[in-house]
Design a protein around this ligand. Structure first.
Ligand SMILES: [Zn+2]
Length: 466
């Protein structure tokens, strides 16, 4: 609980009084990842009045309980809470399903969103920014009986968790079980109850796993600013190409894409868990999502991604969605796509792996690509593994040493081995360490000492011999 700050002149609270609203004195803190509706339903219990009365106190509207997904009247809430729940943008993106849509908006839409939030505009947020397609979004609130039980233990009451309200979140990631559902017709500031799971599903382990991953991916959208759809498309096409669903031999076929999808675990699982969206999935939705410029629903993007990466771990699927370019790198056989597309040199991760690898083979193994691909990358990105760099340095050092000695010989054809040793000390000592045979063959052409020197030595010898 926190106490609302006393009303200073010009503060939202004093403005609230002008709007004939009563500031709330006890304002509960958010409980974990609960939704705005969850907080409001708890507030309803604190206030102890009728359903409509709570709507008036919190949002200035008796029907406010019907806006279970997101309220249009956040300006009122901000006034009566003195802004202590955070700014309107953070409430929308951390406490409502808008979290699922915002990262898929175009840049100008996000700016529009931010501007409206900044001035606390009353706007139908979901209609304007939610890409509402009723069949895909459903109209229900979901909860996990195990989470609810834990909440009761921790806080004395269950919550509506935002990750469970996201499109495609049909599974509790923490407890690995289907979520219970409630239609909003009954959502009169209601809180989840602790009951057995109501869902009767006949799902294989693979189908359960794919629903869990889809739900984890949906939950991971909370707090995200932007999803890179261009890269997602590219990564998806690469993946579909790897699987042979798409080939470079013929144009992408909507029918082939549909045929592939219906065979996935996700398709079978969704048919059971959300039969209402079958009409949408019967359309050439994959083709539209991948090849049409029109923006598509977050749920379709996520379903396509999860289906395409079936067999990959939850962490990889989620991380890949947020870093789709990195996904390209980790794919086996995706090599053709991997290097020819875009600014691969800008990928710091690949660069770092290649540079820190000992050998080209080592880099190829880590990147899961062929040695030829790594060589091509090295040429393109001008970077190489450690031993290759060491080898390159050695090669250039060798050439320098050779050039130094050869130029000495060229200038003084009669130069002796001793002269070479003296005048090219560093080059000779480097060659004697790393390329002793080369040095030996180089020096073999030269006399031990110069002719003149030899003569002197000989004469010395004859003299002493006398
Ligand atoms: Zn749970």
């Amino acid at each position: 609980m926190r106490l609302a700050e006393s009303a200073a002149p010009g503060s939202p609270v004093s403005a609230a009084r002008k709007m004939s609203s009563k500031p709330l004195h006890l304002i509960p803190d958010w409980r974990g990842d609960e939704t705005l509706y969850s907080w409001s339903a708890r507030m309803h219990r604190l206030l102890g009045g009728a359903t409509k009365e709570t709507g008036k106190r919190l949002f200035g509207a008796s029907h406010a309980y019907k806006e279970w997904a997101v309220s249009t009247r956040l300006d009122y809430l901000e006034l009566v809470t003195g802004g202590s729940l955070g700014n309107i943008r953070s409430i929308l993106l951390q406490r409502t399903v808008l979290a699922a849509y915002y990262p898929f908006l175009r840049a100008e839409q996000r700016q529009d969103f931010d501007e409206r939030a900044a001035i606390a505009q009353r706007t139908p947020w979901l209609t304007r920014f939610g890409m509402r397609a009723s069949t895909l979004d459903g109209s229900e609130m979901r909860w996990c009986p195990c989470c609810a039980e834990k909440d009761v233990g921790d806080w004395g009451a269950a919550r509506w968790r935002l990750p469970h309200q996201m499109p495609g979140a049909w599974w509790c990631v923490e407890h690995g079980m289907p979520l219970n559902r409630l239609t909003p017709g009954r959502a009169e500031w209601i809180l989840p109850g602790v009951s057995e799971s109501s869902a009767q599903l006949m799902l294989t382990v693979g189908q359960q796993q794919t629903l869990l991953i889809l739900s984890a991916l949906a939950g991971s959208l909370v707090g995200q600013e932007q999803i890179n759809l261009v890269s997602i498309k590219r990564a998806l096409l690469a993946r579909l190409r790897d699987m042979g669903v798409v080939t470079s031999m013929k144009p992408v076929s909507p029918v082939d894409l549909q045929d592939w999808f219906v065979k996935t675990d996700l398709a079978a699982a969704v048919e059971q868990v959300q039969p209402s969206i079958q009409t949408i999935l019967a359309r050439p939705w994959i083709y539209e999502t991948l090849l049409k410029r029109r923006s598509n629903h977050p749920l379709l993007w996520m379903m396509l991604w999860v289906a395409a990466f079936e067999g990959t771990s939850q962490q990889e699927v989620v991380r890949g969605f947020h870093e789709p370019d990195a996904t390209l790198i980790w794919q086996e056989d995706g090599q053709g796509m991997l290097w020819v597309e875009g600014n691969f040199q800008g990928d710091d991760r690949v660069q770092a792996i290649v540079r820190s690898a000992e050998t080209i083979r080592d880099a190829a193994r880590q990147l899961n690509v062929s040695i030829i691909t790594v060589r091509r990358y090295m040429r393109g990105a001008q970077c190489s593994p450690k031993l290759v760099r060491a080898e390159d340095r050695r090669q250039s050092r060798k050439e320098e040493a050779l050039a130094e000695i050869e130029s000495l010989i060229q200038v003084n054809p009669g130069v002796s081995r001793t002269d070479i040793h003296q005048k090219c000390k560093v080059a000779v000592s480097w060659l004697s360490k790393w390329e002793p045979e080369l040095l030996a063959s180089l020096l073999a052409q030269k006399p031990e000492v110069r002719e003149r020197q030899l003569e002197l030595e000989m004469s010395n010898y004859t003299q002493t011999g006398e």
